[in-house]
Design a binder for this molecule. Structure first.
Ligand code: NAD
Length: 317
């Protein structure tokens, strides 16, 4: 069947999250508490206020409440200096009760995001952005990978969307989404084109996409006429206009012509939260696994997990 003959279908991130929670995360969490007699703990650090961060935080807290994990949110004022934030993170790096640290971005403009992500201990870096983790995912080695990028891959696999040999176009080249998603798609043997703010004209490239990933942060940037019929679209963008959340993709405009499309809200966001939880469980397990062999086993399980989404019973039927 050609892509053009497939009925347009919503990529339902909430459905994925429900399935992933029940079939993967909960059993994993229960096993851990049984073996290690401890509960994984995530620290989320927020500096200042941002509507996208607040919405993600709300989603994350609601989801984590369903799991046997502890999640604490630290809110720091907008005026917090880079030195103060570094000192705060350093304290948590040495706090044995904390297994994962997430610093919510965007940070206020006087704080350098790279400096901050580089300061998080490798073993607690659940966003996969510290140098050791970046090195690992860039080389397709097993380690902690940014949750949003993993979420995109998980959604594609959940819907059994073939990736190998397809032309994937990623719009956005940030360290948190665009670049890791590019590496994950390359690992899946897609041919990947990366577009960014200086790509001109954008539609020349988006029109070539079998799979389009939008991670820009501009409401409804991707519209009809910019993609080919039958394309698969995953919208990562979270934007607010008049208090309404919307993606980078004009969902209603494209629905007729695509074969699959993810909505905002209810698409990439819930998948990201799942993968964040999964990363936290991995960080926890790696920390408490006593012997090296046990640690390697954790990583193997983790990767087998992603490689087999769609084959292990939690893909869409
Ligand atoms: P960012 O600002 O760091 O990066 C944006 C990227 O878009 C840049 O690489 C830039 O070159 C590119 N870009 C800007 N204007 C463009 C244009 N006109 N054409 C093509 N490319 C353009 O943002 P980010 O942190 O990567 O986040 C992107 C979006 O994803 C935001 O809306 C953010 O809120 C959202 N986000 C969602 C999740 C989720 O869980 N769904 C997680 C993280 C970020």
């Amino acid at each position: 069947m050609s892509l053009n003959e497939v009925k347009p279908k919503k990529i339902d991130g909430r459905l994925f999250a429900q399935e992933y929670l029940n079939k993967v995360l909960k059993p994993r969490c229960e096993t851990f508490t049984e073996i290690y007699k401890k509960v994984p703990k995530l620290s989320t650090i927020l500096v200042g206020e941002n509507p996208a961060s607040e919405s993600y935080l709300k989603l994350k807290e609601k989801f984590f409440a369903k799991l046997c994990v502890e999640s604490e949110v630290f809110r720091l004022p907008e005026e917090t200096t880079e030195e103060e934030l570094l000192a705060f993170i350093n304290k948590q790096n040495h706090d044995n009760q904390i297994d994962g640290i997430l610093v919510q971005v965007p940070l206020p403009s006087h704080i350098d995001e790279d400096t901050i992500s580089e300061s998080i201990a490798l073993s607690k870096d659940v966003e996969g952005l510290s140098p050791g983790n970046v090195h690992a995912w860039a080389k397709a080695l097993p380690n902690l990978v940014p949750a949003t990028a993993l979420g995109v891959l998980a959604l594609l696999k959940f819907y059994k969307i073939p990736i190998e040999g397809k032309h994937a176009v990623v719009v956005g080249r940030s360290m948190i989404v665009g670049k890791p998603v590019t590496h994950l798609l390359l690992k899946e043997n897609a041919t990947v084109t990366v577009c960014h703010s200086r790509t001109k004209p954008l539609e020349k490239y988006t029109k070539q996409a079998d799979i389009l990933i939008a991670a820009v942060g501009q409401p409804h940037l991707i519209k009809k006429g910019m993609i080919k019929d039958g394309a698969i679209v995953v919208d990562v963008g979270i934007n607010f206009e008049d208090g309404k959340m919307m993606g980078d993709v004009d969902y209603d405009d494209l629905l007729e012509t695509v074969s699959y499309i993810s909505p905002v809200p209810g698409g990439s966001g819930p998948a990201t939260v799942c993968m964040l939880a999964s990363n936290l469980l991995l960080a926890f397990e790696l920390k408490w696994a006593k012997k090296n062999e046990e640690k390697l086993e954790c990583l193997r399980d983790y990767y087998a997990n992603y490689d087999t989404i769609g084959e292990t019973g939690f893909c869409i039927e």
